[in-house]
Design a protein around this ligand. Structure first.
Ligand code: BG6
Ligand code: MG
Length: 219
């Protein structure tokens, strides 16, 4: 039995609801290009990198796009997304997040971010958490996005805790798979809570106690 010495949080959809902003920006791009795109399609983009998300969106495109076109589209989407991020403030932390972070710090548990996003620093600053985490591993530090375990393996390395003592918190199926592939326990929240490989499940972070999070009972 290993104790949980670090909790690695996904950012988008776990700490803050930027997932809606991602949807709105992709939707605007898809509409401008005449590509069908709805919320169900958007679910497949959760946890996936920007360029891989674009490839998924383009599965329904009516014409081929060159690499230069794709780079331009990703840039346009990111500009729209960053415009939406300007609305973010500390009031946008998701339910239960502040309490869980405080509780973990009081117990001496390391806390880290493991996110596929290249906008993670910008988001953490906007919500007032730029200096809160012991380590931040994000899309600017990795070459393989979730479901590859790279970002979680890096976060664990940065806080100096072995994978078997880490708990990942994820809202994406790809992220649950990444956490499991990294050899970590995974608390699946929100839309990921139906994933069969999750160790623990909760509607959101207010719906689970710290004792449950840190215990090694399987769900
Ligand atoms: C993940 C989101 O956290 O980051 C994905 O769940 C997003 O939807 C990915 O595509 C990359 O984000 P960014 O900010 O680098 O475009
Ligand atoms: Mg997420």
């Amino acid at each position: 039995m290993h104790k949980t010495a670090a909790v690695i949080f996904d950012l988008d959809g776990v700490i803050v609801s930027t997932d809606e902003f991602h949807y709105l920006a992709w939707k605007e791009l898809a509409d401008a290009e005449g590509i069908p795109f709805d919320r169900e399609d958007n679910e497949r983009l959760r946890g996936v990198s920007r360029m891989e998300s674009l490839d998924i969106l383009l599965e329904k495109a009516l014409k081929p796009y060159s690499d230069a076109n794709k780079a331009d589209m990703a840039e346009r989407k990111n500009a729209m997304y960053r415009g939406l991020l300007e609305r973010l403030s500390p009031a946008d932390l998701l339910t239960g997040v502040a309490e869980v972070i405080d509780g973990l710090r009081l117990r001496g548990v390391k806390i880290a971010i493991g996110s596929s996003s290249k906008n993670a620093s910008r988001i953490l600053k906007a919500i007032g958490l730029a200096d809160t985490f012991d380590a931040v591993a994000d899309g600017t530090h990795i070459t393989r996005s979730k479901p590859d375990p790279e970002v979680f393996t890096l976060a664990a390395h940065l806080v100096g805790i072995p994978p078997e003592q880490c708990l990942v918190v994820e809202d994406a199926h790809a992220g649950v798979e990444a956490g499991v592939a990294a050899g970590m326990r995974v608390l699946a929240v929100g839309p990921a809570a139906d994933h069969p490989s999750a160790t623990l499940r909760a509607k959101d972070l207010s719906a689970i106690s710290l004792d449950e999070m840190l215990s090694h009972r399987t769900a």
